[in-house]
Write a protein that binds this ligand. Sequence first.
Ligand SMILES: Cc1cc2nc3c(=O)[nH]c(=O)nc-3n(C[C@H](O)[C@H](O)[C@H](O)COP(=O)(O)OP(=O)(O)OC[C@H]3O[C@@H](n4cnc5c(N)ncnc54)[C@H](O)[C@@H]3O)c2cc1C
Length: 398
Amino acid sequence: MEYSGQKFDVIVIGGGVMGSSTAYHVAKRGYTTLLLEQFDFLHHRGSSHGESRTLRATYPENYYFGMVMEAAQLWEQVQSEVGYKVYYKTPQFDMGPSDDKSLRCVIANCESYSMPCRVLDPNQVSEHFSGKMAVPENWTGVLTELGGVIKPTKAVSMFQTLALQNGAVLMDNMEVKDIKKDDGGDIVVHTSNGAKFCGRKCVVTVGAWMKKLVKTVSGLLLPVQPIETTVCYWKIKEGHHGEFTIESGFPTFASYGEPYIYGTPSLEFPGLIKVAVHGGHSCDPDKRTWGPPASLESLKQWIEGRFSGLIECTGPVAIQSCMYSMTPDEDFVIDFLGGELGKDVAVAGGFSGHGFKMAPLVGRTLAEMVLDGEAKGVELKHFRLTRFEGNPKGNVKE
Ligand SMILES: Cc1cc2nc3c(=O)[nH]c(=O)nc-3n(C[C@H](O)[C@H](O)[C@H](O)COP(=O)(O)OP(=O)(O)OC[C@H]3O[C@@H](n4cnc5c(N)ncnc54)[C@H](O)[C@@H]3O)c2cc1C
């Protein structure tokens, strides 16, 4: 089976948010583009489905700061192109023990990037949230303006719609089995149903399947571990629903220390708020358990302590399963594959549970890499494959 004799400028493999954004950017620049997805488009078996992802600039690593600021502008541009909203702005609230190193780095980064931020003591936290939130005596809160919620499935659909409108060919139920270079130097992509597609360049954005596909294609064993994780929704007590919404100014939030806990305001399901633990258990992306998290005790205690009794903490009322692709340093992988495929194949993955917000920027960067030979606006030195050579832990973190 063969699609056609057409040779594409770029073949993008993987129709999650990164691949869909890349297909959009390549097609928008006027190049012929093919996007291949192994399952149905907008499926729920990867990392980019669901109802909410946080956008925040508050990273302990300074190299993500500028990226988030640019990505936020790109979200606004792209959504205005399609004509509907995927990015809902609200402030970000970070909290944790006052001596937590990551939180201290976040505050220092805000200062060096001149990002307006308010550092609050426990009394000021209570006052700011009119008693809805409370933190322990030895904790600090950090409020930043740049935050918000992105709707993931809607955002993936947006990129695919715009890719189509710009002339891209989109095909689902096409599982890529191998990528090879032919004698003429073209890239040939083979699928499990016997199809073959030819392109000048190729971008691989296969999320939790990255380790498997890259091993097959290049023999390289990447330390990118699929993790099965769970998102939990909790009931807001009667009479208080309106206090936890974006309209009322409620922020996206994160709590530092062990475990790292994050959440978004009530948006997708009226009367419910998302609060979840960043973490999960290692998995094979083709053999998921889909089960509930092993223990919710620390999360229940955290909710009871932080929300002044306004959230039912006996248990979540809805749970969704999802996958992270974790690198040992939790930094992304964005690079050329190298070897025989040289600069003709770029890979991006290992987004480690915090990549969604960057998708418009990552897509633009990957388009630049394969079309122009290099990324123009983004420094990729922390995201290189070579950082793992003889150094399985990757980038050094304090
Ligand atoms: C619960 C949860 C919460 C998160 N919260 C946040 C957040 O608040 N903020 C944030 O910025 N990020 C967050 N993230 C991270 C973010 O969602 C991911 O980084 C992002 O979705 C990764 O997108 P992707 O395109 O790399 O992977 P995916 O969405 O998994 O896409 C990869 C695609 O490739 C396809 N594929 C795989 N193998 C093949 C093959 N051989 N042939 C063809 N297709 C193939 C897959 O089917 C899949 O559709 C969260 C992630 C999870 C799971």
